[in-house]
Design a protein around this ligand. Structure first.
Ligand code: TZD
Ligand code: CA
Length: 529
């Protein structure tokens, strides 16, 4: 007789979900019993850190990842981090423990009284199987739904199910597979090619999906063949295009009117792999300028359905890029690019009063870090400084909390470093953000993850100061965070750290590549996003 646990572990092994991020409670122990060889359990000290690490890991590997959380209290702690994973369309599969079925109704201790409802609408699918024999099939569905929807899923399992007999059909799930090919049909493909190649002055807007789907280099080829300017979609969480490329115009501002102004004079706006659009500041205006039409291509059907304007095609952006490259051939439509150099960065602004300007910190990273470094950034007032100084030219170079939910940065950096031990990873973390995922430092120390954390200490919630000015609340309370020393906090979690005061000292420290986790704290001047 095969147990539910044995069949479930075997299914996960065959699907490659052998790294489990988790924080256990008693309900979860029967699932964790006898994890087979080849499985790795990555312990996070808080569920927000667990999901943040899993999010970074899944984005960097491009594969679904398993998360094991404790019933209602653990699942509830994970909600904030899940908002980012939903926005970045990360396939996280959460398996949470549950009381035994007869104890749920009477609400015994650790009963998750309405488990599937607890996690909606933050997951694309949630269930609690009606009997133990349905657990392996439901686990398979949770994995396939996460992959197909590119959205977290949630499975609640009563803890006595794992030891139960999987039943006569229990092994059937082991051979299951689900694949999808979503290239547009011949007629739709021809129509798309005609629309784009007929445009006089097309503009390209690229979303984070372009980088998560490995389409970074194809997007560069397409832009250079079209000779069209390129923007990153607003509220970006990945970099879809080299940021110093001559055709790159930057990240679209997250307001209706400034986005419309940016498209002035372009008869076609082609949006690939992004929602239309993830606005932020409310800056009303026309959605598009006179004479412009918008065409969105995304695999995210709900993003296509909810867009406020334009035409949408639900298809694989990679397949559409392939059709366009084929149609455009090698010919260059007047693109100024081939042979033209990438734009150099300006001299960094200088800090004052013993504080470095963030641009000086970023220029040091640009100059001292290897070209293929992956950066996980969560410092919310320094975006403008970041893009003025950085020169990122490779896929997988940039990660940011996709829904703006703080607490992704530090855990996400640990997750990305676990996923790519041979590629340098740097976390660029604000002194405010660091506190939302600080326990990830302990996991980094325990697993000796090669990671540099650059901690920008400006003593305040800088972005909120800026928003306060924008919203006419210049003297809002609760925006100052003085007295935090992350060198001592990091040492307490087992991560070696140091405080640096000058640019030269910072550059010298960065030049030494770490063999484990380290934190470098630097006092910075306040800037605007
Ligand atoms: C989970 C969570 N809590 C609170 C916020 C609100 N918030 C907060 C608290 C910010 C300040 C972050 O401060 P920082 O030190 O990390 O970076 P800057 O000083 O560069 O802004 S930015 C922002 O949107 C949030 N986005 N997410
Ligand atoms: Ca700060």
């Amino acid at each position: 007789m095969a147990s539910v646990r044995h069949v479930s572990h075997e299914f996960l092994a065959r699907q490659g979900l052998t790294t489990v991020f988790g924080n256990p409670g008693s309900n979860e122990l029967p699932f964790l019993a006898g994890l087979p060889d080849g499985f790795r359990y990555v312990l996070g000290l808080h569920e927000g850190a667990v999901v943040g690490m899993a999010d970074g890991y899944a984005q960097a590997t491009g594969r679904p990842v398993l998360v094991n959380l404790h019933a209602a209290s653990g699942s509830g702690n994970a909600m904030g981090a899940l908002t980012n994973a939903v926005a970045s369309r990360t396939p996280i599969v959460i398996v949470a423990g549950q009381q035994v079925r007869p104890a749920v109704g009477p609400e015994a201790n650790l009963a998750n009284v309405d488990a599937p409802s607890l996690m909606k609408p933050l997951v694309g699918w949630a269930a609690e199987p009606a009997c133990a024999q349905d657990v392996p099939r439901a686990l398979a569905q949770a994995v396939f739904e996460a992959e197909l929807q590119r959205r977290p899923t949630y499975l609640s399992v009563p803890y006595d199910d794992w030891a139960a007999d999987a039943g006569e059909n229990g092994l059937a799930v082991l051979d299951r597979s689900v694949r999808r090919g979503s290239a547009p049909g011949a007629e739709l493909g021809r129509d798309l090619v005609e629309r784009v190649t007929a445009a006089e002055r097309p503009a390209l807007v690229l979303g984070g999906d372009i980088d998560t789907a490995g389409l970074f280099d194809d997007a560069v080829r397409l832009a250079e063949r079209l000779g069209s300017p390129v923007w990153a979609a607003p509220s970006q969480f990945r970099l879809p295009f080299p940021n110093r490329h001559p055709l790159f115009r930057g990240v679209l501002p997250a307001g209706i009117k400034p986005i419309s102004d940016a498209f002035e004079g372009h008869d076609l706006v082609l949006v690939l792999g992004a929602p239309v659009f993830r606005y932020h500041e409310y800056l009303p205006g026309r959605y598009l300028p006179e004479g412009s039409r918008l065409l969105q291509v995304t695999e995210d059907a709900s993003a296509a359905a909810r867009a406020p304007m334009g035409e949408a095609v639900v298809a694989d952006p990679g397949a559409v890029i392939g059709l366009l490259l084929e149609a455009l051939g090698e010919g260059v439509r007047g693109a100024p690019v081939p042979g033209e150099d990438y734009r150099p960065a300006p001299a960094p602004a200088a800090g004052e009063g013993g504080r470095l300007h963030p641009e000086e910190v970023f220029a040091a990273l640009r100059d001292e870090q290897p070209q293929d470094t992956s950066y996980v950034v969560e410092s919310t007032s320094t975006s403008a400084a970041w893009w003025r100084q950085m020169d990122l030219r490779r896929p997988g170079s940039y990660y940011f909390p996709a829904a703006g939910g703080l607490g992704f940065g530090l855990p996400g950096a640990v997750g990305v470093a676990l996923a790519q031990p041979d590629r340098p990873v740097v976390g660029v973390i604000g002194d405010g953000s660091a506190n939302y995922g600080i326990t990830a430092l302990w996991t980094a120390a325990q697993l000796r993850v090669p990671l540099t954390v650059v901690l920008l200490r400006n003593g305040t919630y800088g972005a909120l100061r800026w928003f306060g000015g924008l919203l006419g609340v210049p003297d809002a309370p609760g925006l100052d965070i003085p007295g935090l020393d992350f060198t001592r906090i990091a040492e307490g979690y087992g991560v070696r750290s140091r405080h640096v005061t000058g640019v030269e000292e910072l550059r010298a420290v960065l030049a030494e590549q770490p063999d484990g986790p380290r934190l470098v704290q630097v006092d910075t001047a306040l800037t605007t996003p």
